[in-house]
Ligand binder design. Structure first.
Ligand SMILES: *Cc1c(COP(=O)(O)O)cnc(C)c1O
Length: 462
């Protein structure tokens, strides 16, 4: 299995190199050259299997010769062993034809654990075999950073630096990043927005001297390994609702488009998915693009769903690559236009995008109202991100097709908004109840590439 860049100018790589490098050297994102197919019988055979077995069957064809069958099965087992629910991704019913896929039972209480825990295992295995070491730098609006730190803390072959926007992550998110005591963990509070963090990260990847000097590796949602791990729960949930003999739709609280793009991959593999619905908060560049064709950046307005506070949605480039018939030159040109403020998607391309994706936008007030409603009438305490998904799903769902909304974080990760809307302050699960008593450790950093690079070089040298 080979992976190619969405901008058409980087060498094709196997799975292991694709995963270890993150961003392609031409600035593009790696995608599989061909999509492995699952027959209806393959999908039917997943009925009743444990999550780990479904994970193995879905991901195995993408991994190629990077790991043996036995090693890969073992990495999957280790990745999910620390989850707080035996089903890993349980499905609960919200109402008629509407289901909630709870993706928040991992160690940092957000869906990002599904990918990050597996990536941690795969990095350690591959690097140890190679006798190599890497520097992971990630940008986070909150959940990626905590998930990455949790997955990589204490590993020998990795230093992990996480850039987060100072003052713009929730206290639980911040503490999950600043309280680990391991020397290889570095939480960096940047003076700027999440988009600034993401931009500096991209700059580091495009500075080849720095990139090669520190052996930079990325685990942001652009990393193909992350997308791949997220494909699995589309299969596990659809199968439990009757796939392949029944269609299913999904609504996904969306920021960087990684999670929903995994749903698109599942569909391309043969899972009968009807609609993939993008749900955004007030930072709605994706909703605007999918309704008007204009992908035009705006400033970020901080919201109560901070993990979706973005204006540039990195993984959307992968969707565009397919919608433009895999023309890397066309995508590279759009990305150049984006640097100058935005681009417009052609009519034909809009048609292709709309064959797969719907979208909706939810305001702050509507988000709070949905948390209240779900608490009073659906028996569910939702985090603000999940509430945005449920709201859009309720508006869009077709009564003849079951709708699954992805619950992307545990309500206790965002207790202020949840309490404001429901009157209940959600408690942290037992296993992390002492989070507020632990000491914090972090470094304030300016929004300045040269200073950041110097700090990282100094830290890994010492
Ligand atoms: C990261 C995150 C999202 C957005 O996911 P993308 O893959 O970036 O679209 C939504 N909700 C929560 C809680 C998250 O942590």
């Amino acid at each position: 299995m080979q992976y190619i860049s969405t901008r058409g100018k980087a060498p094709a790589l196997g799975f292991e190199d694709t995963m270890l490098s993150g961003l392609a050297r031409d600035g593009g994102l790696y995608v599989p050259e061909t999509i492995p197919q699952m027959s209806a019988d393959d999908i039917r055979a997943m009925h009743g299997l444990p999550y780990e077995d479904i994970a193995y069957r879905v991901m195995r064809p993408f991994v190629g010769d990077a790991f043996t069958d036995e090693v890969f099965a073992d990495l999957i087992a280790k990745a999910y062993a620390g989850f707080g629910h035996d089903a890993r991704a349980p499905l609960v019913q919200l109402g008629s034809g509407h289901f909630l896929l709870e993706l928040f039972h991992g160690p940092t209480l957000a869906f990002k654990d599904f990918a990050m825990q597996l990536i941690g295992q795969m990095f350690e295995e591959a690097l140890t075999r190679r006798g190599d070491r890497v520097t992971i730098v990630g940008a986070t609006s909150g959940d990626t950073g905590s998930a990455a730190i949790e997955a990589f803390r204490g590993l020998d072959a990795v230093d992990v630096f996480i850039l987060y926007p100072h003052g713009r992550v929730s206290e639980v998110q911040r503490r999950q990043m600043t309280t680990p005591v391991e020397d290889n963990v570095h939480a960096l509070a940047l003076d700027g927005t999440f988009d600034d963090c993401q931009a500096r990260l991209k700059d580091m990847f495009n500075d080849f001297d720095f990139r090669d000097g520190v052996k930079l590796a990325g685990v942001n949602s652009i990393n193909w390994g992350r997308v791949l791990a997220q494909v699995v729960y589309y299969f596990s949930s659809a199968v439990s609702l009757g796939a392949p003999d029944r269609m299913v739709s999904f609504t996904v609280p969306t920021g960087n488009f990684g999670d929903i793009f995994a749903g698109y991959i599942a569909k391309r593999m043969g899972l009968p998915i009807d609609r993939l619905v993008v749900a955004t908060n007030q930072n709605d560049i994706l909703h605007r693009c999918l309704t008007t064709g204009g992908y035009v950046t705006d400033s970020v307005t901080p919201s109560i769903s901070p993990s979706m506070d973005i204006q540039v949605s990195s993984n959307f480039e992968r969707a565009l690559f397919d919608a433009y018939n895999r023309d890397g030159g066309a995508v590279a040109q759009l990305m150049d236009e984006l640097k100058a403020g935005g681009f417009h998607v052609s009519q034909g391309t809009m048609h292709v995008l709309r064959e797969h994706y719907d979208s909706g936008r939810v305001s702050e007030d509507e988000t709070l109202a949905m948390i209240t409603h779900a608490h009073n009438h659906m028996g569910e305490l939702l985090c603000p991100h999940s509430a945005i998904g449920v709201k859009v799903a309720e508006e869009i769902k077709d009564p003849s097709v079951p709708m699954v909304t992805l619950a992307t974080a545990h309500p206790a990760k965002f207790p202020d908004a949840v309490e404001k809307a429901s009157g209940l302050r959600p408690a942290l699960p037992e296993r992390m109840a002492d989070l507020f008593d632990r000491d914090e450790r972090m470094t304030r950093v300016p929004n300045d590439l040269a200073k950041l690079e110097t700090l990282i070089k100094d830290r890994i040298a010492s």
